[in-house]
Design a protein around this ligand. Structure first.
Ligand SMILES: Cc1cc2nc3c(=O)[nH]c(=O)nc-3n(C[C@H](O)[C@H](O)[C@H](O)COP(=O)(O)OP(=O)(O)OC[C@H]3O[C@@H](n4cnc5c(N)ncnc54)[C@H](O)[C@@H]3O)c2cc1C
Length: 307
């Protein structure tokens, strides 16, 4: 990794944005867990990202994009290299509006809930079911976030992606391999923005649906606690939460991490939890589910950092 001085010398004319060295990732994840990243940067513009990653690649310094940290377990020993936050990319613009549709341009750092609220206020339908999902639009696109039968892929027209060589291209959403909580966008590719197509509807109706989904979420999930959302993907048949409950794991605890008593597929940090606690609990729970139901649970959360 570059020292502070080397960073300044290398990037002073070609990079604009924030840089924080030894950034404690626990301050940037919803679980409040994670050791320090060598550097956490927040570039102001695409050119700064491009210039930076070209240099990082040449020097063999790893880098990865990061959103709201609401689906990512950062390991206790932190992250080698540069974590790139898109938080400065926060524009929403209406590109076109017809009688029955609206096309939006949305940058990757826009909090997903800001997008949901924007659509609700303007009577744009298509993302009501994404209410209550924290994190950024970029993170939602990478993992095809979804809920209540809605998925972000269903409103995506195209996505602007900068690859790890600094090449910027716009891709049709249909070609990006979206599936259940996944896409073919690779780990170092950086989503910068997307064009979305929504249906126009009466504001009251969009608002009503959004509110109802939110109330249901609030009732069934521990949304005000520190978690990463669903730990495991739902296998065919029973939802993972039910399988975990049936295996007797609700309330099970290792260190500061507990299987939520509200929704068993959420692990919550009750205070002082570590990434190792979280991983050990995942292990214990998936073993119990396998013994009880013969099913192997697959993680939905992402794990990054030094082993
Ligand atoms: C209370 C709670 C409820 C949740 N409910 C749901 C739900 O109902 N449905 C659901 O799908 N998820 C849910 N989640 C999980 C999570 O909020 C979503 O997966 C969210 O879309 C992740 O976005 P993020 O910005 O936080 O991503 P992060 O956790 O920051 O990153 C996730 C992945 O995306 C990559 N990434 C982030 N930004 C970019 C970018 N700009 N370009 C390229 N790659 C990028 C990261 O490298 C990482 O691999 C929930 C989480 C919580 C805490």
């Amino acid at each position: 990794m570059l020292s502070r001085q080397e960073w300044q010398d290398t990037f002073k004319d070609i990079y604009q944005g924030e840089v924080q060295f030894d950034a404690p990732m626990k301050d940037h994840t919803n679980l409040s867990i994670g050791g320090p990243a060598d550097a956490l940067v927040s570039p102001d513009d695409p050119l700064s990202i491009r210039n930076m990653i070209i240099v990082l690649r040449k020097k063999g310094i790893p880098f990865l994009p990061f959103g709201g940290g609401t689906n990512t377990l950062v390991l206790d020993k932190g992250i080698e290299g540069v974590v790139i936050s898109l938080k400065a990319f926060k524009r929403i613009e209406v590109l076109k509006e017809g009688n029955d549709y609206a096309e939006l341009f949305v940058e990757a750092g826009v909090p997903l809930q800001r997008l949901v609220n924007f659509c609700r206020e303007n009577g744009y339908s298509g993302v009501e079911g994404l209410t209550g999902i924290p994190g950024t639009t970029g993170g939602a696109i990478l993992g095809n976030a979804g809920s209540f039968g809605y998925e972000i892929k269903d409103v995506l027209v195209s996505v602007a992606i900068m690859d790890s060589n600094g090449r910027l291209d716009r891709f049709k959403a249909k070609g990006l391999g979206f599936g259940y909580r996944k896409s073919d966008i690779s780990g170092n590719d950086i989503v910068l923005s997307a064009n979305l197509r929504l249906k126009r509807d009466e504001k009251e109706k969009v608002s009503f649906r959004t509110e109802n989904f939110f109330m249901e979420k609030k009732q069934k999930q521990p949304i005000s606690e520190k978690s990463l959302g669903c730990v495991f993907k739902n296998p065919e048949g029973e939802p993972a939460g039910k399988l975990i409950d049936m295996a007797g794991c609700k309330g099970m605890r290792i260190g500061g991490i507990e299987v939520s008593t509200v929704h068993a597929n959420f692990f919550v940090n009750k205070g002082g939890g570590t990434a190792s606690d979280y991983l050990n609990l995942m292990n214990k729970v998936s073993t119990a589910v396998n013994r009880k139901s013969g099913i192997i649970l697959e993680p939905e959360i992402r794990v990054i950092g030094r082993d």
